[in-house]
Design a protein around this ligand. Structure first.
Ligand SMILES: C[C@](O)(C(=O)O)[C@H](CC(=O)O)C(=O)O
Ligand SMILES: [Mg+2]
Length: 299
């Protein structure tokens, strides 16, 4: 109801404890606050808040057009709706290293459990596209150092993403991952790994949790959770998958509406009114006013 009962500090503490077990935690991407509730209801470990989704939601390409205020605001709306920890994509940190420091504090205040900052230049692009460029080592490390210096809750997860694999190869990615950890990164997101052995190589090179990005139509093969757990991955995200699924279904529904003049043939594919009401806990609002939920919804 209304929002999560678990405080952000508590979510971060629980998240850190779970990460320390070494098991694989599954974080599907929520495309809005309601879908975060669904992710929780279906038994996942956390919620990912994707920059690609946030920008697509506004009808924008994922090239760093969204602002810190927009990202922190939307991430807060999503994070507060679930008891699960939420990890947000902070792109390149929204400016210079000093801006990164401010970004961290805003995201802490927004109730996130952690975030990742990448080493791409601006304008950034999806990590699974060609033609990426990365910043030099000193700038990449400064971003992470200022993030680590700025945080007030030690359990707020600072994850460093490196996009260097696509530019300079796997050895460069391993080298950068090690240096990012030395600079204060609590976890590493090696972007656009080609195969499982590459994930494994990064895994073995550093002693912090590793994230695998299972985004569709990109450079990485879509491995199963079991395959990723086998090579020691700690967090897996499916950042844009629910948005892609919902938009695919919405497009097909509009085609049906054009072809058939009604959506009767699509009812089975829709979230039922009763399931929606359960997800937003309609019934719970009776604790304030018993006239709120005094009806039944036929299935
Ligand atoms: C993870 C990612 O940064 C995101 O914004 O969700 C994207 C996902 C995508 O564009 O498919 C990425 O750069 O991989
Ligand atoms: Mg992104």
């Amino acid at each position: 109801m209304l929002y999560a009962k678990t405080t952000p500090e508590e979510k971060r503490r629980i998240f850190r404890d779970r990460l320390a077990t070494g098991e694989l935690l599954r974080f599907p991407g929520a495309f809005n606050p309601l879908s975060a509730r669904l992710i929780e209801q279906k038994g996942f470990d956390g919620v990912y808040i994707s920059g690609a989704v946030l920008s697509a939601d506004l009808g924008l390409p994922d090239i760093g057009l969204t602002t810190l205020t927009e990202v922190a605001g939307r991430a807060k709306q999503i994070a507060r709706m679930t008891e699960l920890p939420a990890l947000v994509d902070a792109d390149t940190g929204f400016g210079e290293p000093m801006n990164v420091a401010r970004t961290i504090q805003e995201l802490e205040d927004a109730g996130l459990a952690g975030m990742h900052i990448e080493d791409q230049v601006n304008p950034k692009r999806c990590g699974h596209l060609d033609g990426k460029q990365v910043v030099d080592e000193s700038t990449a490390l400064k971003r992470i150092r200022s993030a680590a210096d700025a945080r007030r809750d030690d359990n707020f997860l600072i994850m460093a993403r490196t996009d260097i694999r696509a530019v300079d190869g796997l050895d460069a990615a391993i080298d950068r991952a090690k240096k990012l950890v030395d600079a204060g990164a609590d976890a590493i997101f090696p972007e656009a790994m080609r195969d499982l052995s590459e994930f494994e190589a990064v895994r073995n090179a550093v002693d912090v949790p590793i994230l695998a990005n299972m985004t569709e139509f990109g450079k990485s093969e879509l491995f199963t959770s079991a395959q990723l757990a086998d090579v020691g991955i700690n967090i897996v995200i499916w950042p844009v998958s629910l948005l892609r699924t919902a938009m695919g279904a919405a497009g097909r529904a509009l085609d049906t509406l054009n072809d058939e003049g009604s959506l009767t043939s699509k009812l089975d594919e829709m979230q039922h009114r009763a399931d929606l009401y359960e997800l937003v806990d309609y019934e719970g609002y009776n604790q304030f006013d018993t006239s709120v939920f005094n009806f039944t919804v036929a299935r």
